[in-house]
Each structure stands twice: as structure tokens, then as C-alpha cells.
Design a protein around this ligand. Structure first.
Ligand code: IPE
Ligand code: IPE
Ligand code: MG
Ligand code: MG
Ligand code: MG
Length: 325
């Protein structure tokens, strides 16, 4: 079976198990949007990563399921609240929760999803349950810190590349490190292997967010399923915008600044920013930077002893390098 088919199998199993978690229907104003947010799609990369590490470290079939689902729920919670914070109306090709319903429904159903995440996380006991809950909780708080930096940076124009990397390490890489480490912990892997899993997730996560920054403006809009050019309209600091500040001529920077952060910017204006990114080779530079972190993740895999079969993790990493949504 090729890797894409296996990936699809993982995803189908995760989707069925996620849908099964919902036992209650009322109050409908809570459970309907929760189910909607969780079940409208998504790549499921975090629970898949959790399963891959669990199997690689010789965990027994399926016991990792609930912690893997818990991480996906945690991620979905962050998306619901992130869409409110970013003022976005499209997610996974569908309306965001706060647009389909309203703001308070978005806030409450997000709270409901994170609560369900904890309920699912502690459903089964593991030898390392204490560490698993700690890693999960620290990850959640770290995402909040990252989201705080992300918001703060919108109104700053002196954000350095280092500050940007720290911000995405917190808001995104944390939630790829968490399932990697939890997969290893559920399998009772030695602590240095848990450390490598975490390190891999961090490197992959940095690549993942730079790719996300790229896809916002240079991706296939329909496939990506999110509001086109949202980062530009919101004045987000992305890897591309940081490079633009560094590389654009004063005249071009003026055009860039007139669009960036203008939430009413029409599509033609957003496309002007895309053209500037193309003109200065920023798209390629960002692609190369994402690839650099993918290679770092691969270097971590190289450090894993040969008694563990890293084949699937390598395939997963290669697939990530080429992701288009
Ligand atoms: C989106 O995550 C948020 C980021 C951290 C960039 P994903 O790209 O994993 O979103 P889904 O779950 O597949 O929709
Ligand atoms: C990703 O930030 C991090 C979180 C969702 C916590 P983005 O704001 O770039 O994610 P998307 O692009 O909306 O999915
Ligand atoms: Mg967003
Ligand atoms: Mg955001
Ligand atoms: Mg984004």
C-alpha cells in the first residue's frame, strides 16, 4: 500500500472516531457548532503524527487513539478561536463558526471543544499519564502565548525574524511537538526518544507555519479552503512580510504598507502584494526556508536508533514538504 493510501486510511479512522465522541445533542447551541467545527474536514496531521510515533516506538495497536483524538480536538479549538481573532469567514472550505452562528457561539463552542479534548485525553490511563497531561497542558498555554505575540505583532512594524520564529514556534510548532511527544510517551519510549520526537515536531511545525504563510497568498484558494490573503488584510507578520520589509524598495514598500493591515483591501490590492512577493523572489525564499526546517526534521529522524522503523515518519515528512493545503 502506498503512503497516500495509508494516510487516507488513518484519516478515515480518525474521522469516524471523532464523530463517535459526541454523545449528547443538547444544548444544541453548544453541540451543533462543536460537531460542525470538528467534522467539516481537516488534514488530521496531528493525530496521524501521534499514531506514527506511537507505532514507531513499538506501542501496541490503537491504544494511542484517545490521546491522538484529544490533540486534534485541541487543535480544532484553537482554529475556532483563531478565526474570531483573525476575523476570517472561511475554514476548511466552509463558513467559520462565528460567521455561521455568531461570536458568542464561537467562543462557547471553542470552550466546549477544549473541554472535550481533556475529557478524551484522560479517558484511558497510561504509565506516563502525568507527563502526557503535562505536555498537553503546557502546549495549550504555549499556543495562547503564540497567539498573543501574533496579535501584538499586527500593530508593530519592527518585528525581527527571530521574534517571528519564536511566535510561530509558540503558536504552531507547539501543537506539532505535542502529538509527537505524546505518541512516544503513550508507547513508553525512553525519555531521550520522547525528546527527539518533540524536537522533530518543533522543526516540522516551523516549516508547517511558513508553508501556511505561503499558501495564504500563493496557494490554490479553493484547495486551501481559507479566506484568500487574510494575513495581508489583517497585517499579520508572516515570513513573507518580514522579508518584504527587508527587501522592498522604498516605493514598493509604500505600496505594500498601503495594503497590509487594510481589512477592506479588495482582491486587486491583495494581488498587488502577491506580485511584489513574486518580484522580489520572496515566494521562493519562503519555500526554501520551509524546506530548511523540513531538513532539520529529517536530521532528527537520522538520530533515531535503527531498532525503530522510521520509514513511515520519513514518508510523512516528505509528504509534508510538498503539501498544497
Ligand atoms: C491550520 O492547521 C493552522 C495552522 C497551524 C497553520 P492545519 O493546516 O493543520 O489545518 P487543518 O486541520 O488541516 O484544517
Ligand atoms: C496558526 O495561525 C496558529 C493557530 C491557529 C493557533 P494562522 O492564523 O496562520 O492559522 P490559519 O491560517 O488561520 O489556519
Ligand atoms: Mg488564522
Ligand atoms: Mg491566527
Ligand atoms: Mg495562516
Amino acid at each position: 500500500m502506498d503512503f497516500k493510501t495509508r494516510l487516507e486510511q488513518y484519516r478515515n479512522r480518525i474521522n469516524l472516531a471523532l464523530a463517535d465522541l459526541f454523545e449528547k445533542n443538547s444544548p444544541a447551541i453548544l453541540y451543533e457548532p462543536m460537531k460542525y467545527a470538528v467534522n467539516i474536514g481537516g488534514k488530521r496531521v496531528r493525530p496521524i503524527l501521534c499514531e506514527i510515533f506511537y507505532r514507531m516506538f513499538h506501542g501496541k495497536e490503537r491504544k494511542v487513539l484517545y490521546p491522538a483524538l484529544a490533540v486534534e480536538l485541541l487543535h480544532n479549538f484553537t482554529l475556532v478561536h483563531d478565526d474570531i481573532m483573525d476575523d476570517d469567514d472561511l475554514r476548511r472550505g466552509n463558513q467559520t463558526v462565528h460567521i455561521k452562528w455568531d461570536l458568542s457561539t464561537g467562543v462557547l463552542s471553542g470552550d466546549g471543544i477544549v473541554s472535550l479534548a481533556y475529557k478524551v485525553l484522560i479517558k484511558e490511563d497510561f504509565a506516563e499519564s502525568g507527563s502526557i497531561i503535562r505536555v498537553f497542558t503546557n502546549g495549550l498555554l504555549e499556543v495562547c502565548e503564540g497567539q498573543a505575540y501574533d496579535k501584538e505583532f499586527e500593530t508593530r512594524d519592527d518585528v525581527s525574524e527571530d521574534e517571528y520564529i519564536k511566535m510561530i514556534d509558540n503558536k504552531t510548532a507547539a501543537l506539532l511537538a505535542v502529538p509527537s511527544a505524546i505518541g512516544a510517551l503513550c508507547a513508553d519510549a525512553p525519555s531521550d526518544m520522547v525528546g527527539l520526537a518533540e524536537k522533530y515536531g518543533r522543526a516540522l511545525g516551523l516549516a508547517f507555519q511558513i508553508q501556511d504563510d505561503l499558501l495564504d497568498i500563493a496557494g490554490d484558494e479553493a484547495l486551501f479552503g481559507k479566506t484568500y490573503g487574510s494575513d495581508v488584510a489583517e497585517g499579520k507578520k508572516t515570513y513573507l512580510s518580514i522579508l518584504a520589509k527587508k527587501l522592498l524598495s522604498p516605493a514598493d514598500l509604500e505600496i505594500f504598507n498601503s495594503v497590509s493591515g487594510n481589512s477592506d483591501a479588495p482582491r486587486e490590492e491583495i494581488l498587488k502584494v502577491k506580485e511584489l512577493y513574486e518580484k522580489y523572489g520572496i515566494i521562493e525564499l519562503a519555500e526554501r526556508e520551509a524546506e530548511k526546517y523540513i531538513r532539520e526534521a529529517e536530521a532528527v529522524i537520522q538520530a533515531i536508533p535503527v531498532c525503530y522503523d522510521t520509514g513511515e515518519l520519513k514518508e510523512f515528512t516528505e509528504w509534508m514538504l510538498n503539501r498544497k493545503y
